[in-house]
Design a protein around this ligand. Structure first.
Ligand SMILES: *[C@@H]1O[C@H](CO)[C@@H](O)[C@H](O)[C@H]1NC(C)=O
Ligand SMILES: *[C@@H]1O[C@H](CO)[C@@H](O)[C@H](O)[C@H]1NC(C)=O
Ligand SMILES: *[C@@H]1O[C@H](CO)[C@@H](O)[C@H](O)[C@H]1NC(C)=O
Ligand SMILES: *[C@@H]1O[C@H](CO)[C@@H](O)[C@H](O)[C@H]1NC(C)=O
Ligand SMILES: [Zn+2]
Length: 451
């Protein structure tokens, strides 16, 4: 009764609040289904049109849009020197925390622009792409939310999207799904530098590789990239700021003392998204498992936001690690498709400059030799020292004049074209190794439960 008596006053107050704060987004801590999510994203795109850009990168099996909201000072297009960052959540439809976290992150970013120095700096110096759901069909298919397994993990054709990408170490003979293809095409459209992929069912930040061969360390139960120091740092950056990702963690599940693990050490998998990003898209991606329960009750969502907010922001900042710049020819034209790699950190598919001649290399402080190679010409080696205290919100800037005299043949920009298994082709595949059947059984079980 009392509530009813107050209703008039409440409306009045709300009206005043509405007039005073017309642009304050109101996102509650509940699960947002596709339609509600679309309404929210469209409202944000409309209310904050100068710093956001909403677009769909394709459709799910059942025809739902795969929305991406871009936040940045120049949200619609790349600007030279501004690195591209992304977050992707809910690729397993029943792992739902990440989906809501990203909606809250969007709200936080747009409402703090110009008010909070850190957020303003991030938006001024970074282009942030946020995809709250890569598997909207799976999310909608969940009948009965469950902590361990619900139908809805897979997409509308019952494929696990985190097993659906090409794999550099063994042939992944699966039918490529629309959601996977949409992401693969999306990766070609931007030079993404850093990314994370949000999951649930465990508490750990897992970094590449998820699959491997003896050459990457599988005989020692791990599979490490040449950028392992950077990946451990990235995973730590996230895990160390989330009070949940240390200590006791999830009951009856594997414990990770620092909250981080190499993907393969945890359990090997084929066709995962993080390996694909790192190998084919020049983008460092880690996998964040953010809740013991895959689909927790709504009442827990605000706690999850509070636990993850600092990590989500700090992780985006890491896109400014290392060194970046453009490669030019002697007449000052930017050179696309030039291989720019750090010596002793050769990537399976060499990292190349984009169509603006830009390169971005995530590195920790230290001294490195860059190897700049135009295919068919002698490599140009140049030293770079990444300072201990790097500038916030910008990697060290180093433009490179390629010391080439005379006519340089135009180099075709071949984006993601890369031989299938180039670097490790001569190494035996890990699947050839014998494994005890109990191990296989456990691996299968893990596949169902996690990542
Ligand atoms: C957008 O603005 C409208 C009208 O001012 C407001 O009602 C709505 O809550 C805002 N939504 C978001 C997501 O900012
Ligand atoms: C961010 O960019 C805006 C628009 O260019 C500018 O007015 C503002 O001073 C910048 N803020 C910071 C902290 O650099
Ligand atoms: C790929 O899978 C299809 C369907 O299961 C099968 O017919 C085909 O032989 C497989 N190809 C290879 C090369 O394993
Ligand atoms: C530099 O990179 C090119 C292309 O990846 C490679 O062929 C060459 O061996 C490298 N040179 C040095 C000195 O590392
Ligand atoms: Zn998952």
């Amino acid at each position: 009764m009392e509530v009813r008596a107050c209703a008039g006053k409440m409306d009045f107050a709300r009206l005043w609040l509405g007039l005073l704060l017309p642009l304050v987004a109101t996102l509650d801590f509940s699960y947002h289904h596709q339609e509600e999510m679309e309404v929210f994203l469209k409202n944000v795109a409309q209310n904050y049109s100068s710093i956001t850009h909403l677009h769909s990168i394709g459709k799910s099996v059942k025809g739902r849009n795969l929305w991406v909201l871009v936040v940045g000072r120049s949200p619609k297009e790349h600007r030279i020197g501004i690195p591209e960052f992304k977050y992707v959540a809910n690729m397993h439809g029943d792992e739902t925390v990440g989906r809501e976290l990203l909606l809250h992150l969007i709200e936080y970013l747009v409402t703090h622009d110009g008010k909070d120095l850190e957020v303003t700096n991030l938006i001024n110096n970074t282009r942030i792409h946020i995809m709250p759901s890569m598997n909207p069909d799976g999310f909608e298919a969940v009948r009965k939310p469950d902590c361990f397994y619900s139908n809805g993990r897979e997409n509308g054709n019952f494929y696990d999207l985190n097993r659906n990408f090409p794999d550099a170490f063994e042939f992944n003979n699966v039918s490529r799904q629309p959601e996977t293809m949409a992401v693969m095409e999306w990766l070609k459209t931007e030079t993404f530098v850093l990314s994370a992929n949000l999951h649930g069912g465990a508490l750990v930040a897992s970094y590449p590789f998820d699959n491997g061969v003896p050459g990457t360390g599988t005989l020692h139960s791990r599979s490490l990239t040449p950028d392992d120091d950077v990946f451990q740092y990235l995973a730590n950056t996230y895990a160390s700021r989330n009070p949940n990702m240390k200590g006791d963690q999830c009951k009856n599940k594997m414990n990770f003392p620092d909250g981080i693990t190499n993907g393969y050490s945890w359990y090997p998998l084929k066709g995962g998204m993080q390996d694909y990003n790192y190998i084919w898209a020049q983008c460092f991606e880690i996998t964040l498992e953010l809740s013991c329960c895959k689909y927790p009750r709504e009442e827990k969502l605000s706690t999850f936001w509070n636990l993850n907010k600092a990590s989500l922001i700090e992780y985006i900042k890491q896109v400014h690690l290392g060194v970046k710049g453009q490669v030019f020819d002697q007449s000052g034209n930017p050179l696309p498709n030039v291989i720019v790699e750090v010596q002793d950190r050769k990537h399976i598919c060499p990292y190349k400059t984009n169509k603006f001649g830009e390169y971005y290399l995530l590195l920790l402080p230290g001294s490195y030799t860059l190897n700049v190679t135009v295919p068919g010409h002698h490599p140009h080696l140049t030293k770079v020292i990444i300072p201990q205290k790097s500038q916030d919100f910008s990697a060290l800037k180093k433009d490179i004049l390629f010391p080439f005299r005379g006519q340089l043949d135009p180099v075709p920009v071949s984006n993601l074209a890369c031989p299938r298994i180039p670097l490790y082709s001569n190494l035996p595949s890990h699947s050839a190794a014998t494994k005890p059947s109990l191990f296989l059984f456990l691996v299968t079980l893990f596949h169902i439960l996690f990542k």
